[in-house]
Ligand binder design. Structure first.
Ligand SMILES: Cc1ncc(COP(=O)(O)O)c(C=O)c1O
Length: 442
């Protein structure tokens, strides 16, 4: 069995080494002059990365931390090949995925409707459970209207892609999730990114560009999925009004987490949700299910309901059991306010313990995403692997997903984690880091 040092060497040479061959495949694609068969997907740069990763982990006899086999329930713990791990890589923020009431609601729905939603709702017909879930979402978050879809990712892509067009401007935070970026690509609008959470820069960019376009949309995340920090909603509302833009807020990581009752960014900032043109959320994080949703004004949601491809048109509706599980999970969250409180206490506690041990957690601390900044991809991989060997799962986020100087381990905190787990995790991390640094210096 190989050592971590061997694994690091492999990564250094294979991932951060000379990729000129990979580039050659890409640049020659379509020129007709290359001897490489561009129609063979194995020749793509991305496929080569997959092979290198398989080789690196296989050769060194290390557990591959990606696509780990797992069994049983996901809570603060997860089981892989019969071994239990403390898990910081799950989205079950409020611990509702295994709640008996949530599971029971899904079971009842299976008995009532079977497994299938039929077709796109426009032609397949409306099941009560979809309407019930949309009403629950409106009641909980204060939306005038709401629609649910089969996925959060697709919700962003299709909403942005449908609403915006060639003569329009999309301006988004540089850390916006890939689904927002792909929505903007689909829209084919003028795309501008502003530096992360820099609203002075956003204002300047709007002043300079807004006048040249017809419609305009500002897109941000409520709580950022990499950094865990929050967007300044009052400032955004002021800017969107002054420059006559739509404001779309992706609350994938803020619903169920941020605000006294887990009602997200509007609750946190004391802003009326009706000030936001499009609030996007997912059912796949705090709400223990799968699917996406959009909240907004009646007219806006009505338009999307009829015409946005992939929302309710051209896409089969959310499976009824998933809708029922999410519906029950939101109700439990509202009835049992201790869950959000516990999650927020856990975030504070993990953050405090991390800072006390000298870790840099960036600007996080108000959402369930807490990065431990390392500033070095190799170090992040090393620590991920060492933690895994002592029963802790926390994934590395490294270049090119984030700049090399911001490589990190990312921890998703849940209401189910315990103080003992935090102390064990952070003490272990500190010890491993000290040993690694000592070895590197030797
Ligand atoms: C910010 C953000 N938006 C959208 C999505 C996509 O949501 P889903 O996983 O429900 O498709 C994610 C997924 O993690 C996300 O982090």
């Amino acid at each position: 069995m190989g050592t971590n040092a061997d694994l690091l060497e492999t990564f250094k040479s294979e991932f951060l080494g000379d990729h000129s061959d990979d580039k050659k495949v890409n640049t020659n694609a379509g020129s007709g002059k290359t001897s490489i068969d561009v129609m063979d997907v194995k020749n793509t740069a991305d496929y080569k990365i997959i092979e290198k990763m398989d080789n690196a982990y296989g050769r060194e006899g290390m557990n591959n931390p990606y696509f780990m086999p797992r069994s049983g329930h996901l809570s603060n713990k997860v089981t892989s090949k019969g071994k239990e791990f403390i898990c910081y890589s799950g989205y079950n923020y409020l611990g509702l995925a295994n709640d008996e009431r949530v599971v029971h609601a899904a079971r009842l729905s299976l008995d009532q409707y079977g497994t299938h939603a039929g077709a796109a709702r426009m032609v397949g017909g409306e099941m009560d459970i979809h309407g019930e879930l949309e009403q629950t979402l409106c009641d909980a978050f204060g939306f005038e209207s709401c629609i649910t879809t089969v996925g959060g990712y697709m919700t962003n892509v299709t909403t942005i892609g449908y609403l915006m067009g060639k003569r329009d401007l999309i301006i988004m935070d540089e850390y916006m999730h890939n689904s927002g970026v792909m929505g903007a690509v689909m829209a084919d609008s003028r795309r501008i990114v502003f530096p992360h959470n820099d609203f002075d820069a956003l204002e300047s960019l709007l002043s300079a560009n807004r006048g040249n376009y017809e419609k305009a949309m500002i897109i941000v995340e409520g709580a950022y999925s990499m950094d865990g920090d929050l967007a300044d909603l009052p400032r955004l509302v002021e800017l969107k009004k002054r420059h006559r833009c739509w404001l779309m807020v992706d609350e994938a990581h803020s619903f169920g987490v941020v605000g006294k009752n887990g009602l997200g960014l509007c609750e946190h900032w004391g802003v009326d949700v009706k000030q936001i043109d499009l609030v996007m959320g997912t059912l796949s994080k705090s709400f223990a299910s799968c699917g996406g949703f959009l909240g907004g004004a009646e007219d806006m949601i009505r338009l999307l309901r009829f015409f946005a491809p992939g929302v309710l048109l051209y896409s089969t509706a959310l499976p009824p059991a998933s809708a029922a599980a999410a519906n029950a999970a939101i109700k439990v969250m509202l009835e049992e306010s201790w869950r959000v409180e516990k999650l927020q206490n856990n975030v504070r506690q993990f953050s405090r313990e991390a800072i006390e041990r000298g870790f840099d957690i960036g600007k996080s601390g108000e959402s369930a995403v807490v990065p431990v900044m390392l500033g070095n991809s190799m170090l992040a991989i090393h620590l991920m692997s060492d933690l895994q060997q002592i029963g802790i799962i926390a994934h590395a986020v490294m270049y090119p997903v984030v700049p090399e100087s911001q490589a990190r381990l990312r921890f998703f905190i849940t209401s189910e984690h315990t103080q003992e787990e935090f102390i064990y995790t952070l003490d272990s991390l500190k010890r491993i880091l000290a040993n690694t640094t000592a070895c590197a210096g030797a």
